[in-house]
Design a protein around this ligand. Structure first.
Ligand code: HEM
Length: 401
């Protein structure tokens, strides 16, 4: 294990005066010590921080690293993190990871996601209609950014319409950082029980949806009923808050750079490019991706020993000047923004990225077309950013239009 003596503590917090940028310390480290030691858990553990884009890809693309959080030395957010059940496959290595991921790959093929686009557009329209139907100011997170991905996941999974309020109520608590541990556990359990029931229902009453197709794989003996329910919970967990935070932070970023709003109102290619640049620039998974070496391996000229942990702060790698020109600038016309690592890289690269892209590509143009007078109702310093959470975002966002 690397010594933690003199290693800086790994902090999530972004600067108060520049809440949309990564902490400046990491840019310095990227230049001076691109593979360096940081300490975690108040000095109880140390890990390697890998900040260059090239090195980040080398770690994420290498079979010499594990993402099992229960391995000794794993640089988790909290000590004593157990390995999740196999349906939560990000915390597993191959072959279990591959087996679980394979059950879902067809669900996220571009053709299938394209078929969801009309539903995403309809939900966007309904929620914006509801938002503007009452006088402002309103909390954009509560009224739009959070319910949209939750309702899209309902469509994806095949949650019956009448169960949407139940599903939304619990999934909101599930991702609410201000909820007590007891409330979170209760919401998690309610959703887990609901999803297990849904798998059972779809086995007898199939529909044209993801849970039905998982139920078919249960019938075929590929996975268990519990796996099918866990896989559904995992998608809700992985795809809800991430997308919600990207919608809210993209909105703040665009309002902060109003001269670039026309790019999200442009043609499809322009909108797609703008979304990639927003993903790169904001890089919401700011707690970094976490791995443990399973054998000795050299990254950026530094030997990482078996059992040592590695943290990859993708937001810092996404500002690497060796890859992106003027990386701190938001440039929605940037030609190579898609090389970003905001969705990770390698075998764990985000499975839901076609869906996340579709949501952002539909929501942002519609939002700025429908609400040309949209404004954040408080100054930047007054916005409640989620400073200590793994996924960056805002607790609430008062807006007027
Ligand atoms: C803008 C929104 C999103 C961002 C920035 C994002 C980011 C990421 C990142 C960085 C990883 C890699 C984790 C690692 O390597 O340890 C990941 C994995 C994953 N994401 Fe996303 N995600 C987003 C939306 C979604 C959505 C909408 C879904 C599905 C509904 C989803 C499902 C998954 C799954 C299943 C994995 C695990 C993949 C694996 O381990 O093989 N994500 N995501």
């Amino acid at each position: 294990m690397p010594s933690s003596a003199s290693a800086p503590a790994f902090e999530l917090a972004r600067p108060k005066d520049a809440p949309l940028d990564p902490p400046p310390l990491y840019a310095e480290l990227r230049t001076e010590r691109p593979v360096t030691r940081v300490s975690l858990w108040e000095g109880q553990l140390s890990a390697w921080l890998v900040t260059r884009w090239e090195d980040a890809r080398a770690v994420l693309g290498s079979p010499a690293f594990s993402s099992d959080p229960s391995r000794p030395g794993a640089p988790n957010f909290k000590p004593g993190t157990p390995q999740p059940r196999r349906g939560f496959f990000q915390g597993h290595d191959d072959p279990v990871h591959a087996l679980m991921r394979r059950t879902l790959t067809r669900e996220f093929m571009v053709k299938r996601i394209d078929a969801l686009r009309p539903a995403i557009a309809r939900l966007t329209d309904e929620l914006l209609g509801d938002l503007t139907g009452r006088p402002g100011p309103a909390d954009f997170v509560e009224r739009f950014a959070l319910p949209l991905p939750s309702l899209v996941i309902c469509e994806l999974l095949g949650v019956p319409y009448e169960d949407h309020p139940f599903f939304q109520r619990h999934s909101k608590v599930f991702v609410d950082l201000t909820a007590t541990a007891e409330e979170t556990t209760r919401a998690q359990q309610a959703l887990a029980t609901y999803l297990l029931e849904l798998v059972r229902t779809k086995r007898t009453t199939p529909g044209d949806d993801l849970v039905t197709r998982l139920a078919e794989q249960v019938e075929a003996g590929v996975i268990t009923e519990q796996d099918a329910a866990d896989l559904s919970s995992f998608l809700l967990f992985a795809g809800h808050e991430t997308t919600a935070n990207m919608i809210a932070l993209s909105t703040i970023t665009l309002l902060h750079h109003p001269e670039q709003i026309p790019y999200v109102l442009g043609d499809q290619d322009q909108v797609a490019g703008a979304v990639e640049e927003l993903l790169r620039h904001i890089s919401i998974v700011h707690g970094g991706l976490r791995r443990t070496a399973v054998e000795d391996v050299t990254i950026g000229g530094v030997t990482i020993r078996a059992g040592e942990g590695v943290i990859i702060p993708v937001g810092v790698a996404n500002r690497d000047p060796e890859v992106f020109a003027a990386p701190d600038d938001l440039d929605l016309e940037r030609a190579d923004a898609r090389r970003h690592l905001a969705f990770g890289y390698g075998i764990h690269q985000c499975l839901g990225q076609p869906l996340a892209r579709a949501e952002l590509q539909i929501v942002l143009p519609e939002l700025f077309r429908r609400l040309p007078g949209l404004k954040v109702a408080v100054p930047m310093q007054g916005i409640a950013f989620k400073r200590d959470s793994i996924v960056y975002g805002v607790h609430e966002l008062p807006v007027t239009w």
